[in-house]
Design a protein around this ligand. Structure first.
Ligand SMILES: Cc1cc2nc3c(=O)[nH]c(=O)nc-3n(C[C@H](O)[C@H](O)[C@H](O)COP(=O)(O)OP(=O)(O)OC[C@H]3O[C@@H](n4cnc5c(N)ncnc54)[C@H](O)[C@@H]3O)c2cc1C
Length: 610
């Protein structure tokens, strides 16, 4: 079933310490005392836990998915309950949450590699802690102090888990269509009536209770997204029998049958059909003000979208590890140009790793994963700075940077993860297409990533509208200046590899500059054409910003090698950056061309033929 998962700690440390603004984070009072030994200990301990306790569940969850019972309960696959207890019990659920609520208060930049490990180990399992993180963030953002005290510690300790209830049959990307109804009660609470679909970990038997965060509309609220309010709905409520004695009126009526992430229960939840112990209507508490629900969700969604983008990196890493191991074992044919090699002169065939195209496939996978990881860790560091920088103007600048990057982390990494997982199948040949090797599971699991938490088009609309046009391209141009500075540093190096990276980065940066200019010049007058280019624009941003991070890695590693330090890791980083530049950055001018002139081809096709 494929090799065991090994956390790529070396590359994670590199991204954290050398690409993210780590020294700035360490200097913040919030993270005083966070030395390198502590960081290493956290990463190593997390790797030990997920490799031993979570990685084996990846196949278990796929083969023995959660099962729905007639009474509305859901029986989870074996091992999931123990793994969640070990994860939360070890303090990992609270890693990045504030110490005053029972968390560890560590930076998101450090939590990011830990979350990546969890997601690589078992994507399906990792969704439960992910949704719980989302609920914690919502409560910390908008819950009353009393709500926070009542629920956050239980969520951090893993006694409760969280969900996010947005989607309804008629309301997917368009949350203006949400119809779930909230009726105010005399005691200040509400009763909810409606149906939510596709709710991840909406029902399970892993914890004592579930806190559903639900978007609903208070009676008389305005139409559209301005009339949505956020509610907290516990699955069980306290009663005479004690904590959790009463079943609230929320019932799981079915689990979806899915292409992948079989270990994650995706629930249909019905509120207010009179199924619980509390009369018709699920008892709910408002979180934050009435009609401010979408605003709160947007802030939470930044965190959840980021984590889904990280899932793209994680599944890519798992697929890469498996493909690399297979390519080293599988013997087939003789590699082109291998006549002079010892293996060929002995007349033997060689592992497929020797074939130039298999090497290309593995390099394509590797460069994507490493660029995606770097982008995610750097984004997390901007989020930390946006929270903890003492100066308000600097906090705002860091927030703008983080917010620009989130749709790219989500859209670019998740689209790429499907390609990376598919290339992993390709490396396996026919053995990848059948289920026994496990390569196919990564592809099935990856396919949801560009869909949930906002499809790629929704990310691209956000990147274009809110993150690029709204500030007149200011943040986009800040990033562009960083890219050109990396290109100049690479060109200034004597090594041919670095010069190639610098030249291609310059060219790609210029292409991104043209795309930003085109969008600013045309989006107002021709919004449909601009939006036809929104996803290519997101992809271009991902290529250029990911390529710049790999370029910076190569500059750092070349300097180290020139000083007589380092070895294979540094040479690998340089080769990876060069591959990325020559195979992906080289596409940047074509993407910029498609953005500027490709819209007509999208829009002019006759509707009657569609
Ligand atoms: C396994 C799984 C787990 C999920 N977990 C949760 C969960 O825990 N909680 C929750 O609330 N929801 C959850 N969802 C729902 C998920 O977030 C939605 O499926 C997603 O937001 C897309 O909505 P939709 O499926 O209705 O597609 P639609 O919105 O109908 O989109 C269909 C197509 O139209 C495109 N499109 C739609 N609007 C636009 C636009 N404005 N611009 C350009 N293109 C557009 C989309 O990009 C897509 O290609 C889950 C879904 C799945 C499958």
């Amino acid at each position: 079933m494929g090799p065991a998962y090994h956390a790529p700690l070396r590359d994670m440390r590199f991204a954290l310490r050398e690409l993210a603004p780590w020294a700035r984070l360490q200097a913040l009072p919030a993270f005083a005392g966070l030395d390198d030994d502590t960081v290493d200990a956290v990463l190593e301990e997390c790797a030990r836990l997920v490799q031993a306790e979570v990685a084996p569940l990846n196949v278990t969850g796929d083969r023995q998915p959660p099962s729905w019972q007639e009474d509305g309960s859901v029986r989870m696959p074996p091992g999931f309950r123990e793994a969640l207890a070990a994860y939360a019990g070890g303090g990992w659920q609270g890693l990045m949450h504030p110490a005053e609520h029972g968390g560890q208060g560590l930076p998101r930049a450090l939590a990011t590699p830990c979350l990546e490990m969890l997601q690589s180990a078992s994507l399906a399992f990792s969704l439960c802690p992910l949704l719980t993180d989302g609920a914690i963030e919502a409560l910390l953002l908008a819950g009353s102090p009393e709500q926070q005290a009542r629920w956050v510690p239980a969520l951090i300790e893993g006694r409760w888990t969280g969900t996010m209830n947005l989607t309804e049959p008629q309301a997917g990307s368009d949350l203006a269509q949400v119809r779930t109804r909230a009726e105010p009660q005399a005691d200040g609470r509400y009763r909810l009536f409606g149906q939510k679909i596709f709710i991840t970990f909406g029902e399970h038997d892993l914890a004592d209770n579930i806190l559903h965060l639900v978007l609903a509309r208070v009676r008389g609220a305005p139409e559209g997204v301005k009339g949505l309010t956020l509610f907290a709905v516990p699955k069980c409520l306290p009663g005479p029998g004690g904590e959790g004695a009463l079943r609230n009126d929320v019932r799981c009526t079915a689990l979806e049958h899915k292409l992948g992430i079989h270990g994650s229960p995706t629930a249909v939840l019905v509120y207010g059909e009179g199924a619980g112990d509390v009369g018709p209507g699920a008892l709910a508490e408002r979180v934050g003000e009435e009609n401010r629900g979408l605003e709160l969700m947007f802030i939470m969604m930044n965190a959840a979208r980021f984590q889904v983008g990280l899932q793209g990196v994680a599944i890519g890493e798992r697929a890469l590890q498996q493909a690399r191991a297979f390519a080293g074992d599988r013997v087939q044919g003789r590699a082109a140009g291998a006549a002079a090699s010892a293996a060929a002169s002995a007349g033997s065939t060689a592992p497929i790793l020797a074939h130039p195209d298999v090497r290309r496939l593995l390099m394509r996978m590797r460069c994507q994963v490493e660029a995606g990881r770097a982008l995610a860790v750097v984004t997390a560091a901007w989020a930390d700075l946006a929270h903890h920088e003492p100066d308000a103007a600097e906090r705002a600048r860091c927030r703008a940077r983080q917010e620009f990057l989130v749709p790219i982390v989500k859209g670019w990494n998740t689209e790429a993860s499907v390609e990376v997982a598919s290339l992993g199948v390709q490396v396996h040949g026919g053995m990848g297409y059948i289920e026994e090797t496990g390569a196919a599971q990564h592809l099935r699991d990856a396919r949801i990533l560009p869909i949930y938490e906002g499809t790629t088009a929704i990310q691209a609309n956000d990147l274009l509208g809110r993150k690029t046009l709204r500030d007149g391209g200011a943040v986009a141009r800040e990033f562009l200046a960083d890219v050109l500075a990396v290109a100049a540093a690479a060109r200034a190096r004597p090594e041919a590899d670095l010069q190639a990276v610098g030249r291609l980065l310059d060219q790609a940066g210029a292409a991104l500059g043209e795309a930003v200019d085109w969008m600013l010049a045309h989006a107002a007058a021709q919004p449909a054409r601009a939006h036809a280019g929104a996803v290519p624009y997101l992809m271009l941003c991902g290529h250029v910003l990911g390529g710049a991070l790999l370029g910076r890695s190569a500059v750092l590693c070349a300097a180290r090698l020139a000083a007589g330090e380092g070895g294979a890791f540094e040479r690998g980083k340089i080769a990876t950056a060069r591959f990325f530049a020559e195979h992906l950055l080289a596409q940047a001018p074509a993407l910029a061309g498609a953005i500027a002139s490709g819209g007509a081809g999208v829009l002019d096709f006759p509707d009657e033929l569609n």
